[in-house]
Write a protein that binds this ligand. Sequence first.
Ligand SMILES: [Zn+2]
Length: 292
Amino acid sequence: MKFDKLLKSGKKLICDGAMGTQLIERGLGAGECPELWNIEKPEMIKAIHSAYIEAGAQMIITNTFGGNLPKLKNYNLQDKADVINRKAVEIALAASSGRAAVLGGIGPTGQFLEPLGTYSKEEFREIFHRQSKSLADAGAEAIIIETMTDVNELAAAVEAAVSTKLPVAASMSFAKDINRDDYHTIMGVDVKTFVNRAEECGAGIICVNCGTGPQDILKIVERIIALTSLPVMAEPNAGLPQYKNGQTFYRQSPEEFASEAALIFKAGALIVGGCCGTTPEHIRKLSVLLNK
Ligand SMILES: [Zn+2]
C-alpha cells in the first residue's frame, strides 16, 4: 500500500503495536538478537506482522529496531547488517501484500556522541545512512526513527534517512518530570527542542513513542500539535511500566488502552499505534473504536 497515498487520504490511520513483546511470547530468549530472527525465523516475524494487519493496522514497522551497526556488534552480527535489514523489509512486504504500508524502523545505537561517548556526529550519520539505505533499497515506503532520547542522535538519523528521499517520521521518548507538568527525554530534551530539530532536519511526520502510556502521550501530542503543522503520530506503551523481579511489564488491558489512545486521535494525531506491551488485541480494540 502506498504510504503517501495513505497519508493524503485524510483518514486517521492505525499503526501496529509492539514487536518485542510478541517475539518474547514466541520464544525469543534473553540475550538473543531480535533482528536475527529476520534470517532464522522469518515465518515468526511474518506472522506477527499479519496479526497486526488483521487487527486493523494500516502500517507496519519492520523488525529492525536494533538493526544498526553498534547494536548488531553486540551479537557479533555487524557483517550481516545489510541482509538483516533487507530481509526485514521483504518479510513485511510479503506479510502486507498490499494491505498495509511498510515503514522501515530505526532505533538508537545505544552509544553516546562525543564528548559523552566516543562516536562523532559523522560516524552516527554514516551508521544511520547504511541502515536507511538497506531499508530503502529493499522497498520500505517510509522510515521511522523511534525511541530516541538524544536530539543530536535523532538529527543524525533523520538527516541520513531523509537522504533516501523516503518520507521520514521522527520519534522521541519522553517521561513526565517529577512534580512538574512537563516532559523531557532521559537525556533532558524538551518537546519544543525535539519538534524544531526534527523539522529542521527534514522529518515529514512528528511522532512520540514509548516512555509512557496513552494519558501522558496525549499531553505530549497536544504540545507537539501546537508547535508544528506536520502530521503527528503516536505510539504509547500499554500503560505505565510496572516492575517485578527486575523486569518491566506493561499491563494495560486492550479496552483501557484503546479508550485512552482514541483520545490521541481526537486531539489531532493522524496516526496512532502502540509501543511496549501492546498486542494485536490492543490494536484491534483501537481500530474498532476509531471506525465506530
Ligand atoms: Zn516501547
